[in-house]
Ligand binder design. Structure first.
Ligand code: GLU
Length: 491
């Protein structure tokens, strides 16, 4: 079997989004599955579009998901440097060899001239290609410094005629007429190579066996194939991953809200859930399984499992996967990861009782789509209700006197008894309802709103067991004050 060497080759021209990281992930999974090598290469030759901080953001996103390169930028290896701006000498030399063999040439056409030709061709409804004016001029090449000094570029001498074809793993055979291909620029006036040239040179020298990348590069691949062939290099197998769409079926973009991995972490999505979710964006293990561990994904990953149809980024599915991961964790573990969200809202602090917090999350673990939901769903366990969902009780009781009466009776019963377990609380509540001659559900509702402030949540008796008698009494006292206040105001 062929040695698998794959790479993730981001350009630090913007912050990494879900699509970039999915590409990194699929390369990583393929390498891990085939005992291959996963390489990280930084493609920073478009100097004008570099964005400060984006390289760091790429590294952070990869490390968040524990997608670690075996080789490459930050990891070292025998085929470095792995940052293109440090490989200028390599491109310079290959360009010299190509010029020597007349598969490339120096061009000194001015921008004005190029603009004119393009405008004319567009007017004639033709492909706005370069007219190859300099192709036979044999302008001298003395390395990239000379290009910079003279404002010249190196162009590829693309074949005039014939047909080229190659096999794209997912899309099948691709054919194109050579006459449709431009004499593309290989090295620019600033001495840096173009993406197309550097990408091919590096993939060759880094012995890349498979290129797994986004479908936006499909149109660049014929250019790459022509370069490989003219250099007599074996091309890698091209695999263009399916596009990722937003829920409106349009290509996923910033319009759809957050598309950065870090933002999802800030929202309380676990990296392991994100890893699972991203792996299913265009790949399937061959059955309907949707919850797979990292190890399972690696062992099942194959190019055959990739799909050509678009993948849809469904945030609801991401939250569902996340909730499944959360529900499998211990309460203590969930607390340790949700703490940051609760701290931010000052709901917990360094002195919070971890044992108590663990019980809280044990109770809530099947009800948390995101860790950040802890604020709303766990908040009242740590802080006495600071607001009451008035609508919830005003709708259910004939007046504030009614709820006040029930809560007063409950308070007395709880103070008198020593309820500890959920069963104790249930028995006590049923007994009190009976004494009052009302339905248990009415009393449950009165108690819930009074001690949690809200009308929904886990089972009330479980809540009572966790919160405990003392806290409950204090909260009932607070609630009663509020009800009394309402009564006096309405009189
Ligand atoms: N530098 C390209 C990018 O920004 C890499 C394309 C490729 O993988 O060939 O995505």
């Amino acid at each position: 079997m062929e040695d698998v060497r794959v790479r993730f080759a981001p350009s630090p021209t913007g912050f990494p989004h879900v699509g970039n990281i999915r590409t990194a992930l699929f390369n990583y999974l393929f390498a891990r599955n085939r005992n291959g090598v996963f390489i990280l290469r930084i493609e920073d030759t478009d100097r004008e579009r570099l964005v400060n901080g984006s390289e760091k953001a790429i590294e952070r996103a990869l490390s968040l998901l524990e997608i670690r390169p075996d080789e490459g930028y930050g990891a070292g290896g025998d085929f470095g440097p792995y940052r293109q701006s440090e490989r200028i000498g390599i491109y310079e030399k290959i360009a010299a060899e190509m010029i020597e063999k007349k598969t490339a040439y120096v061009c000194d056409c001015s921008e004005e001239r190029l603009d004119k030709i393009r405008a004319r061709l567009r007017e004639e409804k033709k492909n706005p290609m370069y007219d190859r004016f300099c192709r036979d001029k044999n302008l001298p090449y003395e390395g990239v410094e000379s290009l910079k000094a003279w404002g010249r570029v190196v162009r590829f001498a693309s074949p005039f005629e014939g047909e080229t074809s190659y096999e794209d793993f997912l899309r099948g055979k691709v054919r194109f007429g050579n006459e449709t291909m431009d004499d593309m620029v290989l090295i620019k006036k600033d001495g840096f190579p173009t993406y197309n040239f550097a990408n091919v040179v590096d993939d060759h020298f880094m012995k890349i066996s498979h290129v797994l990348r986004g479908d936006e590069f499909i149109s660049s691949t014929p250019k790459h194939v022509l370069l490989y062939r003219s250099l007599n290099w074996k091309e890698p197998l091209f695999v263009h991953l399916p596009v990722i769409l937003g829920s409106d079926k349009k290509r996923l973009s910033k319009r759809h809200g957050s598309v950065s991995i870090e933002d999802y972490e800030k929202m309380g999505i676990l990296p392991e859930a994100m890893f699972n979710f991203l792996s299913l964006l265009g790949w399937s293990p061959g059955n309907n399984e949707e919850i797979l561990s990292r190890e399972e994904i690696i062992s099942k990953f194959s190019l055959e499992g990739l799909s050509t149809s678009p993948a849809v980024f469904d945030i609801k599915k991401l939250e569902w996967i996340n909730s499944v991961y959360i529900s499998k964790m211990t309460g203590e573990k969930i607390f340790s990861r949700a703490k940051v969200f609760l701290c931010e809202k000052k709901l917990v602090g360094e002195d919070t009782d971890v044992k108590y917090a663990a019980q809280v999350f044990e109770l809530l673990k099947t009800r948390l789509p995101k860790l950040s939901d802890s604020v709303e769903r766990a908040g009242y366990f740590f802080k006495d209700p600071w607001a009451y969902d008035d609508g919830a009780w005003k709708k259910s009781f004939s007046g504030v006197e009614e709820i006040e009466y029930y809560v007063e009776s409950l308070k007395n019963a709880i103070a008198h008894d020593e309820p500890v377990t959920k069963d104790d609380f249930e028995a006590l509540l049923r007994k009190t309802a009976e004494n009052l001659g009302i339905k248990t559900s009415v009393l449950i509702h009165a108690l819930r709103v009074s001690i949690t402030g809200v009308s929904a949540g886990p089972g009330l008796f479980e809540i009572c067991e966790v919160i405990g008698k003392e806290r409950i009494l204090k909260r009932l006292e607070n609630a009663l004050k509020k009800y009394k206040n309402e009564i006096s105001q309405s009189q």
